[in-house]
Design a protein around this ligand. Structure first.
Ligand code: ATP
Length: 429
């Protein structure tokens, strides 16, 4: 395509401490390159002169500390430059975290507290830029040679694996703005729903399991322990959402709470955490560049994430359709359906459904189009406390022949014999 018109190529000159905010259109990708100067996308530096292909719908900012010239090839939904950003505040936080990491690494004390690097948790309402700030802090740390642990507790729009999960993974390199986080064996727990209200107790149990495993891993690894963690959370900050934030802060032993874009949340957290002198609660400005996403966009984004799991980000994977007998698969649901609210019960009665009860599921057509997790559990009793190996998608149920057809990332035997089902659905498009 050497003869392609070059008329769509535009140059953009950025002054120091400013950013180019781009929303790629929904139909075609955008090509972008750095011509001169230095620039980064959410903490990851752009290589000089190499064209990057940004996929449709991506929303990003290219920020420069000292000035840069960029070239764009293609149409965008929107693009504009902004010279008011919260980046100085963010990088100052990074500098303080760096100091704590170095001190933790240098500490020769036996006190486990002094060898523990910062455990940062990022909280705030929906669309306040939590995932983006988490990403920057991780990429800046990785650039300096640290391998911080990224923990994503966002079951709606998480960035480690498919929706409905909480997960953790070490970040060894600055995060690629296009490819995202490489999926080398993340630690994943399957919650199975995209909102915590489906089973709040189960959500807490899984956060506890994840925290325990990380604690064990970090005890044996001084380097990772000093690098610390960055924890991304859900945008649900009222009522039960707030309770879950406190639970996460406590369970993961967070010692730095970064509050984005809401004064009230900051002041509430500061107040409840005031008797924990080793926990800093810091208020940070929300970026004007954060794009709000409505329920429909979020639903679509979830669907793309699941598609990406099976087919790869660039349609570069070929999942396999497998057929099994009903009797080969052992499917469980956790919790006895939605719990009855106390208000719906007779006065004095207690809700009886156990939210972490394991319920065997009979295979029928209700399973069609659901995404199930494959547990590492060796016994059914281990299912709740086990992480998962991956996911399958149910594409057909033949009641007469007692056969079930499912899509899996590869052919052959599943990595475990117990499957977990929730309410996570997907319609293949
Ligand atoms: P959630 O409510 O899902 O938890 P969040 O608070 O984590 O959202 P982000 O995912 O960080 O918010 O940001 C929302 C969107 O805005 C993302 O698509 C992100 O890439 C985009 N975004 C964030 N900062 C900027 C910026 N400075 N310029 C352009 N786009 C941005």
């Amino acid at each position: 395509a050497g003869s392609a018109s070059t008329s769509s190529i535009r140059q953009v000159k950025l002054d120091r401490e400013s950013e180019l905010r781009i929303e790629v259109g929904s139909d075609s990708p955008l090509r972008l390159r750095l011509l001169s100067g230095n620039a980064e996308i959410f903490g990851t530096e752009l290589p000089p002169e190499i064209w990057l292909t940004l996929p449709p719908r991506l929303k990003i900012a290219v920020f420069t500390w000292y000035g840069a010239t960029l070239e764009m090839d293609g149409a965008t939904e929107t693009d504009y430059t902004a010279d008011e950003t919260p980046m100085i505040g963010y990088v100052n936080v990074h500098a303080i975290l760096e100091g704590r990491r170095s001190r933790a690494r240098a500490s020769s004390s036996d006190d486990p507290g002094s060898t523990q690097g910062p455990r940062v948790i990022v909280v705030g309402p929906t669309d306040s830029g939590k995932s983006t700030l988490s990403r920057m802090l991780l990429s800046w740390a990785a650039k300096q040679g640290w391998k911080p642990t990224f923990v994503d507790l966002d079951i709606g729009q998480g960035s480690i694996t498919i929706p409905g999960c909480i997960a953790a993974t070490p970040i060894e390199l600055p995060i690629d703005p296009v490819e995202g986080i490489p999926l080398e064996m993340p630690l994943v727990y399957f919650y199975g729903h995209t909102t915590p209200s489906n089973n709040v107790d189960l959500y807490k149990v899984l956060v506890r399991e994840l925290a325990q495993v990380l604690e064990r891993q970090l005890t044996g690894n001084a380097e990772s322990r000093a690098a610390g963690m960055v924890v991304n959370t859900m945008g649900w900050i009222e009522g039960v959402g707030y309770e879950l934030l406190l639970h996460a802060i406590d369970t993961l032993n967070a010692n730095v709470v970064l509050v984005l874009g809401q004064e009230k949340l900051w002041s509430m957290l500061k107040d409840v955490l005031k008797n924990k002198p080793n926990v800093d609660v810091v208020k940070l400005q929300k970026s004007g560049g954060v794009v709000s996403r409505n329920a429909k966009f979020r639903q679509k984004a979830r669907s793309y994430r699941i598609r990406e799991y099976f087919y790869g980000p660039a349609n570069d994977l070929s999942p396999h359709s497998n057929i099994a007998n009903f009797s080969d698969l052992f499917i469980y649901r956790i919790g006895g359906g939605p719990q009855a609210p106390r208000s719906a019960l007779p006065i004095g009665a207690e809700p009886t459904a156990d939210p972490t009860r394991l319920v065997p599921v009979n295979i029928n057509r209700d399973l069609l189009h659901l995404v199930l997790a494959v547990s590492f559990a060796k016994e059914p009793e281990e299912i709740i406390s086990s992480n998962v190996a991956g996911f399958v998608y149910i594409t057909d149920i033949d009641i007469q022949r007692k056969k079930i057809t499912y899509l899996a990332p590869s052919a052959g035997e599943l990595p475990g014999k117990y499957l977990i089902v929730g309410t996570l659905t997907w319609i293949e498009t």
